[in-house]
Design a protein around this ligand. Structure first.
Ligand SMILES: O=C([S-])c1cc(C(=O)S)c[n+]([C@@H]2O[C@H](COP(=O)(O)O)[C@@H](O)[C@H]2O)c1
Ligand code: NI
Length: 371
């Protein structure tokens, strides 16, 4: 599952967790993960709230008699008990950022506000929610940096907070948004899951979630928006390279097709044509990924001697398929299962026909019977 985030007014750890819960993550799964940390006396709930004109989810964290500051190493050890690598990575990144900012080794960092229970619950909660939703890739629109100052136990700091900025190295950011729009906790989770910044990836949208922040804004809902989708693999963008050839032998055409396939082309073929001046010719077509298009273009031009070709971007539609096998006359034959039925792999049948001397069509029937 792909997650695309629109940090409309910003992104804090609690807003991200709320957005993931609103998009369908299980609150029980999140609570079970937090429980594994060994933290005691905490309660986590989610409520539907109005923020501006929108209804969104807000998370509420309630903790009794807990420490409000901790060494970073304590939080990391607690996160390690959850078996959630993203939670450990996020807390380790906070320790490293804080260590670099304050000039102490990461292992000796003592966290103030960031050492509280809410940091642990937000980070472990986000990691558990991402796992529960089956998220494998996170994309995010440019993050609004906010402006002003923030009062911390370090004293007054600029916004974005130094820890947030350190955690956002490599991220796409933009101006705008009021106050502390992105917090170190939100930035740490984005960092830990190797977020890709930019426009929404192509995906089939499955669910959306609105995660509310704690502040009310005068003119807009204070939300982070989560969009969940499946990769749009069935509509893969590819390139077709074509060139008209009236002075190339059949031998060269066959050779170029073989070389193109060996170089990774998805397919290569020729069609007959009658060109200008009534010349009989062939059109060579090579279907390829964008990545291989350059190399295949060079191959075609070098081997055919053509002075040019056409490139067009096409949408390739591929139905889902699985490959199984059957054993036939002591050999393995691959069987392609698609939505339309099953088909034996021709290359395997041809090999079997060569070694057994049996007719190809009979072997195809036997392979289907062997299923
Ligand atoms: O706790 C520490 S050491 C701390 C460091 C810094 C630096 O930028 S350095 C900033 N803060 C502020 O604490 C809160 C934490 O907010 P979360 O929502 O991420 O829990 C935030 O205002 C930071 O700017 C704390
Ligand atoms: Ni700090």
């Amino acid at each position: 599952m792909i997650l695309y985030l629109n940090p409309f007014t910003g992104l804090a750890g609690d807003m991200l967790l709320a957005a993931l819960l609103d998009a369908g993550a299980s609150l029980d799964a999140v609570r079970r993960a937090v429980d594994l940390t060994g933290l005691t006396g905490w309660r986590l709930s989610a409520e539907r709230v109005r923020t501006g004109p929108l209804i969104a989810t807000r998370v509420l964290i309630d903790v009794h008699d807990d420490a409000t500051e901790r060494p970073a190493s304590t939080l990391i050890a607690m996160a390690e008990r959850t078996g959630l690598p993203a939670a450990v990575a996020a807390l380790t990144a906070i320790a490293e950022a804080e260590g670099a900012l304050h000039g102490v080794p990461a292992a000796e960092v003592h966290l103030h506000e960031l050492g509280g229970h809410d940091t642990l619950i937000d980070i472990v909660g986000c990691a558990a929610a991402l796992r529960d939703l089956g998220v494998t890739r996170v994309h995010c629109a440019p993050l609004p940096l906010g402006e002003g100052t923030v009062r911390t136990r370090h004293g007054v700091l600029p916004v974005p907070a130094p820890a947030t900025l350190a955690l956002l190295r490599g991220a796409l950011v933009r101006g705008g948004a009021a106050g502390e729009a992105v917090t170190p906790t939100g930035a740490a989770v984005l960092h830990a899951v190797a977020t890709v910044y930019g426009p929404a990836p192509e995906m089939e949208l499955r669910a959306t979630g609105y995660g509310a922040g704690s502040r009310e804004l005068p003119d807009r809902p204070n939300v982070t928006v989560a969009m969940l989708g499946e990769p749009a693999a069935r509509r893969d963008s590819q390139v077709i390279l074509t060139t008209n050839l009236d002075d190339v032998t059949g031998e060269v055409l066959g050779y170029v097709i073989e070389r193109a396939i060996a170089a990774g082309a998805a397919d290569a073929w020729v069609t007959p044509a009658v060109m200008k001046k009534g010349r009989p010719a062939h059109i060579l077509h090579v279907l390829t990924s964008h990545e291989l298009a350059g190399a295949l273009q060079d191959l075609i031009l070098t081997e055919t001697g053509s002075l040019g070709l056409r490139r067009s971007v096409v949408e390739k539609v591929a139905l889902p398929r699985n490959v199984g096998t059957v054993e036939l006359h002591g050999q393995t034959v691959r069987m392609k299962h698609g939505p339309w039925g099953v088909k034996p792999e021709h290359d395997d049948l041809a090999k079997l026909a060569a070694t057994t001397g049996r007719p190809l069509r009979e072997l195809a029937r036997e392979a289907l019977d062997a299923l």
